[in-house]
Design a protein. Structure first.
Length: 375
């Protein structure tokens, strides 16, 4: 590999990458807000003015957004290893694991403490809902990054806890990934990553769709999306396209994402069920473009970029506000669907404010650094 160049991500935040991450977390929050109200935008007054396909694209692409996150995470983590250590084969294990622990564990610990308190108080949406589930099981699986496996064995977990499944996939991948970087020859490592990335859909097909939870949350399909991000980063470290080529890559990547988010049914029926491949490819193309030619900040998108920089805080804590809002709405209006659309902007604002406070608090306590391009 060529000697790594200092990446512009090291000097300042990359607005394009932050906006992509902001879009992903926005889709996740809106998806989780839509589910409790049962198609909340459609039966509301807003549904009389906007096309159903657009409303569905806004409301029900949270799962696809998680795979955007996986691709982003693999890209940024790999790029950081290359920048700091010069090559994947020279990854500094102590520094890598310390950085992951510093980023993940403090806020995860706080989230688990709050989730446990609400579970003990038997608050709906946070307390175990079946005899197969227990607070000890929820906590133990979250702390050992086996939450998705636990959920696969016991059924859907309480909504407040359910977001932890994707963190389990990501962190298990990062336990083993640096070790493979050290142990395997470069060509063998890249070959394994390619097989994993290309096997995304076949790996999902190994799980029967009747096992709904595990079909959505198994380890290997999520790790395949992470592999797409790793491979994209390795390509970005060797190749920096010019402005014209980057623009074409960006348009192609955006086209892939728009196609999946807006017309997933057509992609599934007529493009060989390639939805998640297009998500990973689209995100990868955008990352290549943004890395090579970082876009300038644009008026009107600062809030989205800021949501991207707060994506981990938003990911861990948005369900507290979402479930609280649902409970308040139902206590005031019952099952009336007409006005559900009015809660969306206040919920997003509250999530944003809470995430900002959490970030500031963590920085003041020295638990988190103000890193320019966190994964």
């Amino acid at each position: 590999m060529t000697t790594p160049r200092p990446d512009r991500l090291s000097a300042t935040r990359n607005v394009g990458i932050d906006c992509l991450r902001g879009l992903a977390i926005l889709l996740v929050i809106v998806h989780h807000l839509a589910l409790p109200f049962r198609l909340p935008l459609g039966p509301s007054l807003l549904g009389e003015w906007l096309p159903k396909r657009l409303l569905d694209a806004i409301s029900f692409n949270g799962y696809e957004a998680v795979f955007i996150f996986f691709t982003l995470s693999g890209f940024l983590i790999t790029l950081r290893i290359v920048e700091r250590d010069g090559d994947l084969q020279r990854v500094n294990l102590r520094r890598f694991y310390r950085a992951r622990a510093r980023r993940i564990l403090p806020l995860l610990g706080l989230a688990l403490a709050l989730l446990s308190l609400l579970a003990v108080c038997k608050v709906p949406g946070f307390a175990p809902e079946t005899e197969r589930q227990s607070l000890a099981g929820l906590l133990g699986s979250a702390l050992t990054f086996t939450f998705n496996w636990y959920e696969g064995r016991t059924g859907w977990e309480p909504a407040g806890w359910d977001v932890l499944w994707s963190l389990s996939i990501e962190e298990v991948f990062y336990v083993g990934f640096p070790l493979l970087c050290l142990w395997l020859p470069r060509r063998v490592l890249i070959g394994m990553l390619l097989l994993l990335a290309l096997g995304l859909q076949p790996l999902r097909a190994l799980v029967p769709m009747s096992d709904e939870v595990w079909w959505e949350k198994a380890y290997l399909p999520g790790m395949a999306a992470l592999a797409w991000g790793v491979l994209t980063a390795l390509l970005a470290a060797r190749w920096r396209p010019g402005a014209g080529a980057a623009r074409i890559l960006g348009l192609a990547g955006a086209g892939c994402l728009v196609l999946v988010l807006g017309w997933s049914d057509i992609v599934y029926r007529h493009l060989f069920k390639a939805n998640l491949y297009l998500v990973c490819i689209g995100a990868g193309l955008l990352l290549l473009a943004f890395h090579a030619q970082p876009p300038a900040p644009r008026r009107g998108l600062g809030w989205l970029a800021r949501m991207g920089s707060l994506s981990y805080e938003l990911y861990l804590f948005h369900m507290f506000i979402v479930l609280g809002t649902e409970s308040l709405y139902r206590s005031l209006l019952g099952d009336v669907q007409t006005w559900t659309f009015v809660v969306y902007l206040p919920v997003l604002g509250c999530c944003y404010a809470l995430a900002h406070l959490l970030e500031r608090g963590a920085m003041r306590l020295g638990l988190q650094r103000s890193a320019p391009a966190r994964a």
